[in-house]
Design a protein around this ligand. Structure first.
Ligand SMILES: [Zn+2]
Length: 418
């Protein structure tokens, strides 16, 4: 267990924060610090075909140790951390034999990680938790995933009696800014399917995510001296307000869960002459997703009609762009890849928690690039902030899941019944 802790700490203490305002890949140069270290480490544990490309994508191979033809599988994680919270000078705190009480992260600043607020903590009573010191994020998202993949590969190298096919590993930059899969060379990776190790709680297994679009609504107005405005002025901020009011009430992130989709206003800025509304649209169901996008158009049309005479042109203009799609479409035809992961967990005494992701993963982009790629827990909680923590036992279990998936894939019918 100390081995996995040491490895994890060696990764999270390297700052790899990504930057959405940069156009380079990786978006920040410092991400290479960890990427290069991973290259050295993969070579040191005995992996072959270890490569890093100019964009920072790290790939490596564990060759098959069976003669028969077995599918090539892959495991993928991202090494950047979110720009939402600082990842500089991470000082991990190790809490052994967690007693179920409050954990003081930072005495001076009175920052406490409490199960009164974060009830999930109670799942890990008696375990070893790694937390922050309250001033940074931890980076378990997704350095826990990397730790697990490297540790599993090291284990398989040392245990040739465990039979497996060819395994590929891939570590990507810039996932947190939505670009993790952008320069991922699926052909070079050459796997039949893969898993991202990027979920949260132990047992999580995900193969459904949102269909996603972004919309920009530009509302125009006419500025006139307010004292002489009657019948003349059009205030674009009020047009925007009208637009938002036309959206179905309650279909917003804070009132939806499970398979319920939403509209989410993410930005609003304006003056009398022009106001823009930025919005994201999410739905797991492809038909409902399409209807949501159509609704945006219908609302615009309605308001445009109302102001056609007074404004003389379309007062509302919309721009809707698809961002990503539900990977379910790509995973369903090869559903054994989910069943293998489920079976692996069951054999290890882990209860699979299968639920739709209310977001996207690198795996959904990879799935649409031809690499079906469900998501498996990496173990961490409270991502993207100072309350982030990871139970070491969950990282150990995730490592075992990787090894077990490798083992099952080499069995007739993947070790699945029927
Ligand atoms: Zn992540």
């Amino acid at each position: 267990m100390q081995h996995i802790i040491d490895r994890f700490v060696s990764y999270v203490t390297i700052d790899t924060e990504s930057d959405p305002n940069s156009n380079t890949t990786p978006s920040t140069k410092k991400q290479f610090d960890l990427a290069n270290k991973l290259v050295d480490e993969l070579k040191a544990i005995g992996m072959t075909e270890v490569t890093i490309d100019k964009n920072g994508y790290v790939m490596a191979t564990l060759p098959a140790n069976v003669k028969e033809k077995v599918p090539v599988i892959g495991f993928v994680s991202h090494y950047d951390t979110t720009p939402d919270f600082t990842g500089k000078n991470v000082k991990p705190q190790i809490v052994k034999n967690y007693d179920g009480g409050d954990i003081v992260l930072n005495k001076k600043q009175n920052i406490v990680l409490s199960p009164k607020y974060f009830k999930d903590m109670l799942l890990y009573k008696g375990q070893t938790l790694i937390t922050t010191d309250g001033t940074t994020l931890l980076g378990a998202d997704d350095k826990a995933g990397i730790t697990e993949i490297v540790t599993a590969m090291e284990y398989l190298v040392k245990h040739p009696e465990i039979k497996h096919g060819k395994i590929r590993v891939g570590f990507t930059p810039d996932e947190e800014i939505g670009r993790g899969a952008h320069h991922f060379d699926v052909k070079k990776f050459g796997a039949d399917w893969a898993y991202t190790m990027d979920g949260s709680q132990i047992g999580e297994l995900e193969y459904e995510n949102f269909n996603a679009a972004g919309a920009k609504i530009t509302c125009r107005g006419k500025s006139v001296h307010p004292g002489y405005a009657k019948g003349k002025m059009i205030n674009s901020m009020l047009i925007a307000n009208d637009f938002i009011n036309h959206l179905p009430a309650g279909e917003i992130p804070q009132e939806t869960k499970g398979y319920e989709g939403f509209f989410h206003v993410t930005g609003l800025s304006g003056s009398i002459e022009e106001t823009t509304v930025e919005m994201i649209i999410r739905d797991h169901n492809a038909k409902k997703f399409k209807e949501r996008k159509e609704l945006i158009g219908k609302i615009a049309k309605k308001i445009n009609k109302k102001f056609a005479k007074q404004f003389g042109a379309d007062i509302v203009e919309i721009e809707v762009k698809d961002q990503y799609y539900n990977m379910k479409e790509k995973v369903k035809p090869v559903f054994h890849i989910v069943e293998i992961a489920e079976e692996a967990m069951k054999q290890l005494g882990i209860k699979p928690i299968i639920k739709p992701i209310r977001g996207g993963t690198d795996g959904c982009q990879l799935s649409y690039k031809g690499l079906p790629c469900p998501n498996i827990f990496a173990g961490g909680h409270n991502f993207h902030g100072k309350y982030e923590y990871v139970p070491v036992e969950s990282m150990v279990k995730a490592t075992e899941v990787i090894v077990k998936i490798a083992e099952l894939t080499a069995l007739p019918n993947y070790g699945l019944k029927k």
